[in-house]
Write a protein that binds this ligand. Sequence first.
Ligand code: G6P
Length: 666
Amino acid sequence: MGNRKTMPAAFIKIKGHQCHLKKAILGMVFSLCSKYKIRKGNGRAESHFCSAITVYIMCGIIGYTGNSCASPKITKGLSVLEYRGYDSVGIAAANENEISIIKCKGRITSLEEKLSDSLLQESHTAIGHTRWATHGGPSDTNAHPHRVGDVVLVHNGIIENYMEIKKELTESGVKFSSETDTEVAAAWINRCYCNLKDPIPAIREACSRFTGSYAFAIMFENLKGEIYAIRRGSPLILAEGKDGYYLASDITALLPFTPKYHILDENSIACLKSNEIKIFSDSKDACIPEWKITSITPEAAQKGGFSHFMLKEIHEQPEAILKSVSPRIINGLPDFSGDGIHGDFWKKIKNIQIVACGSATHAGLAGGYFLEKLAKIPTSSYIASEYRYTPPIATDGTLVILISQSGETADTLAALRYAKAHNIPTLAIVNAVETTIAREADYKIYTYAGPEIAVATTKGYCTQVSVLYMIAVAIAHQKGDISDQTAKELVENISQGAPKAISHILSQRNILTEIAKKLYRHEHVFYIGRGIDFHICAEASLKLKEISYIHSEAYAAGELKHGTISLIENDTPVIAIVTENRLYEKTESNLREVKSRGADVILICRDDISSDNHSTDSVLTIPSTSDVASVFAAIAAVQIIAFDAALLRNCDIDRPRNLAKSVTVE
Ligand code: G6P
């Protein structure tokens, strides 16, 4: 046992007994609160629960045609896409006589076993797919590829009007073997192909009937050696290698083969052959892709000695923050001119609406706090799937900031399109370059965090917060609210202080593991905080529940007593985050309230806070070099606590159940 005033990051007291909250009470809350909405306006925050959001999943596509054997490339590409999560897998490969399909529920290893004694191995043209069930449960039959008549295809996205098309086809005698919208799409494309006999007009005609989102890789029985591709709303990337042409839904699947890529435009159709590739758009003659070279190395998408991608990405955060922030510093001051955003742009902003999903929403809430505190700009944060229905009120001087790690999240994209349709200026903060959200927004700022593979975001979130902080400093400086000197200090706090504070916390892993040990057998945990710490609590709580499956709630510390305190029982873990010393006393009172009801109280606070320890069982102290550095230290701490709790519970940390890295349907 130590005194935390003399021991930085000391861990004071750990109690042995643990007990569970009553499932009957919290089960109800759990079902209601998997996500919640917080809307801030002019500094006042309100929060309420909304019904659980259905999580749809983005599947994975890879295709190859060329001089080499296709199936090892397809299985390699599919294993790179594994991180997105999937429940079935399949491949279609063309040989001299026919296109053969092997598919199964389960893992890629099961597919490889089936492939090992198959002629498919020798094929030079193939498409593959990892599926996360949406329409129709996980099964061999529902797995992709699907074949109807001459058409064999794989699909990402959802055809929303598939029932009406299916009815029409069924009435004309078409039989379906699966429950999927994808098989209906295959049947419809087949019907158009039978009528038109030409793949390009057939695909175009068929897709004009579909509503929803799709990326298709399509093969035709009588066009062996060729793969056709089209997309709307779901990503699809073409690539040129030394031995042929590729396509994939995610650039990471292409990295083992080639750095040369081209993002297929929406509604253009690509035709890949072993020795040529062409793109057919509505308006132009066929053209060849303009290739770009990605700077992402294959190693960046590997674990690099860490046990998990998530752990690697947590440790990459100090460097990632530097990469996000340093291109926006000139002479020590914030400067976004490299992003095409000049000083005058910031001066015109009167209010900001931040729109995002999941952790990016939490980054927006934290960023909104900085924008109001430093730049005095009224900022509202919205969950993207709700934005269009609120409806948002824009005035002259409104800026909509969309935040997305993947740049492809369907709800965020829909919100972006809504804002653009209403002539509201849009700025996207995106990690994955040249993705749809980045390309469609009026302005974009890349976070440059590098590929994020773990489903639970860490460095993506962290860099989003750091960019928003830089924007807040830029606006405050441009408006003349802060001097050059203050702006420089604030910039240094993020560019130097935050990475150092994170590194310091990561060196205290053993202490963080002790906290995780206190949590991992519990079913319910509470995070509480005030001000910016409440927003960090929201992310801390999400991180814990998404990877460890421990039910967790984030509460404004002062709000707990208005109802939720009834859920506190003997030994319920309550973790308080206090990175703002001015709020310590108030939060301390709330800790006393829960302590007196038996809670096991864990406090994460700055090392310059002095208090008695009566209300806490354990304390983790974080560096107090600056407010913002403390915030980032707390973020890293809660990420590791979530990681270690999930590890202790033997969870599949990089691929949590039911979740997807990128959700490309609404
Ligand atoms: C999914 C992921 C979350 C992520 C959210 C938004 O739900 O599981 O981790 O925060 O999408 O993703 P984006 O790519 O738009 O930041």
